[in-house]
Design a protein around this ligand. Sequence first.
Ligand code: CDP
Ligand code: CDP
Length: 214
Amino acid sequence: MKPPVIAIDGPAAAGKGTLARRIAAELGLPHLDTGLLYRGVARRVLDRGADPRDAAVAEREARALLAADLRRGDLRGPEADMAASAVSAIPGVRAALLDFQRHFGREGAVLDGRDIGTVVFPDALVKLFVTASVEARARRRFEELRSKGVPTDPETVEAELRRRDMQDAARSVAPLRAAPDALVLDTTTLDIEAAFAAALALVRERMAVEARPG
Ligand code: CDP
Ligand code: CDP
């Protein structure tokens, strides 16, 4: 059997990262949060005082991205969110990050993002598209920010989330959408434990079908 690649895509704050990390731990596979790549590029562009929509600068920074950039403490928050979404719409930035993602998954891995099942690993063994209502996702992101002591309010979080989803879905390169063969998991009414149980069941089911002879 080919090394299993599990692709987890979906809109912001759907629970992709949490589910991907837990599924990876459960199956003993490495995990890559691909949003960190775009966030790292965005930070490098902002460090230069450049506009995240500047394709030449963003492409150059994407090619120069280092592992240390993914461990920075300033990758989250409204400014980083929107800047990551802006650099991620630039085709050259996406192209520069493709090899690293494919190499990461070569011996099996769980990757979460927006285009893992559609572009990065179109042949992934399992593709999950994790989603939830925008209200549920905004509530989760707000709680997350509040628990970290970030000053914000629910209305602002929801407005920014809607804007970013729209930007991610409307771009011409690798837009946010479920692959035709993705299993859709709506977690609107599920807490994280229930979502994890449901996601793991879908993954195991798919792996069992694959392992069946003939
Ligand atoms: O955690 P959250 O869903 O809020 O964001 P993220 O997954 O860290 O992604 C940040 C931004 O990077 C997204 O808004 C996308 O524009 C972009 N992204 C992408 O284009 N492709 C990916 N595979 C992952 C992230
Ligand atoms: O990676 P993504 O932006 O899709 O979401 P996340 O960072 O995994 O989850 C965002 C927040 O929502 C985290 O604090 C999760 O614990 C929470 N969450 C939840 O409360 N219920 C779920 N079913 C999924 C996530």
